[in-house]
Write a protein that binds this ligand. Structure first.
Ligand SMILES: NC(=O)c1ccc[n+]([C@@H]2O[C@H](COP(=O)([O-])OP(=O)(O)OC[C@H]3O[C@@H](n4cnc5c(N)ncnc54)[C@H](OP(=O)(O)O)[C@@H]3O)[C@@H](O)[C@H]2O)c1
Length: 282
């Protein structure tokens, strides 16, 4: 006879989890990571987070709030629009009253440091996007887990890895900036780390959760071409040559100084996992 609840993990009650921005790359990865729970996944059509959630509000054990304005350059032209989403949307997610995980960014830092940014470092965003995300951290409230992460990529949506796979297949050479150093983070690895944070009920507050290792975007592009067997060179350029509207930190490596912080795999492992998930023809 099968022993019900012999496995303590199975004995745990299924949590009722709301995911906002469920059509985004992190929203999708979180749906996979929390598949054992009772997940309500709402894309923008299901809940425009700039408005309060319509009644009746569901009973919730956890809110994973990924919906955001992520167009860093676009936020310079419309900082109010970005704030409505990144600050107002986060306040609406917090107002549901359930334990909340809100996501923030390495772009809250100015990049002047030359060693990894830890949670106790003072933020000083350079861009409108970074400022709205920093205000969003405050809107999440002191009882939320605020997860700062970096350079997200995965098998869906708009991200650097997918852009490079497309450009690398079409060109012999691409120009990529070599003076911004960070931790490109695979969404699947981040989603697993978020589950660890919540399952272990680690203390609320700011957590830096980003891939192990660090690299420049040019290093990352080279690794993408190598691992995807694409015959494309990387021409290393500086940010000045791009003239993009939003300034970006030159150095934004994130590490956690907190005991028991979930450790994410190295970015290169994240790249391999992403390519596997994409199941590219070889
Ligand atoms: N991407 C990165 O490199 C990066 C780095 C550090 C931190 N983060 C943070 O990580 C989180 C997840 O980012 P991501 O890369 O998964 O972003 P994403 O792929 O751009 O997903 C964001 C989602 O939010 C949705 N959304 C936009 N406006 C909305 C609204 N008014 N109401 C409800 N949903 C709305 C978008 O829907 P539509 O598709 O319909 O627009 C999209 O599906 C964000 O908080 C972001 O700031 C991202």
């Amino acid at each position: 006879m099968e022993h019900e609840h012999a496995d303590p993990l199975r004995a745990r009650r299924r949590r009722r989890v709301l995911i906002t921005g469920a059509g985004g790359q992190l929203g999708r990865a979180l749906q996979d990571a929390f598949a054992g729970d009772d997940v309500v996944a709402l894309s923008r059509a299901g809940w425009d987070v700039t408005q309060p959630l319509a009644d009746p509000r569901p009973e919730l054990d956890l809110v994973l709030h990924t919906a955001a304005w992520t167009d860093v350059d676009g936020a310079e032209a419309d900082p109010q629009g970005a704030a409505a989403l990144n600050v107002g949307g986060t306040a609406n997610a917090a107002s549901l009253g359930a334990p909340l995980v809100a996501f923030s960014t390495d772009y809250v830092f100015d990049g002047r440091k030359r060693e990894p940014y830890v949670e106790s470092d003072g933020p000083s965003p350079l861009s409108a996007y970074g400022r709205t995300k920093l205000h969003g951290e405050a809107a999440a409230g002191s009882d939320a887990w605020v997860v700062r992460t970096s350079g997200l990529f995965g098998p869906s949506g708009h991200n650097f890895a997918r852009t490079m796979l497309r450009l690398g297949a079409e060109n012999d050479e691409v120009a990529v900036v070599d003076d911004q150093r960070g931790c490109p983070t695979y969404v699947g690895h981040l989603a697993a780390a978020v589950r660890e944070l919540v399952d272990e009920d680690l203390p609320r507050g700011i957590w830096h959760l980003a891939a192990g290792g660090d690299c420049t975007w040019a290093d990352f592009a080279e690794a993408i071409f190598e691992d995807a067997d694409l015959d494309c060179r990387v021409r290393r350029i500086t940010t000045d040559g791009l003239a993009r509207p939003a300034p970006r930190p030159r150095y934004s490596v994130l590490r956690s100084e907190k005991p028991g912080a979930p450790a994410l795999p190295h970015w290169r492992e994240g790249l391999r996992a992403c390519l596997e998930a994409l199941d590219l023809p070889r």
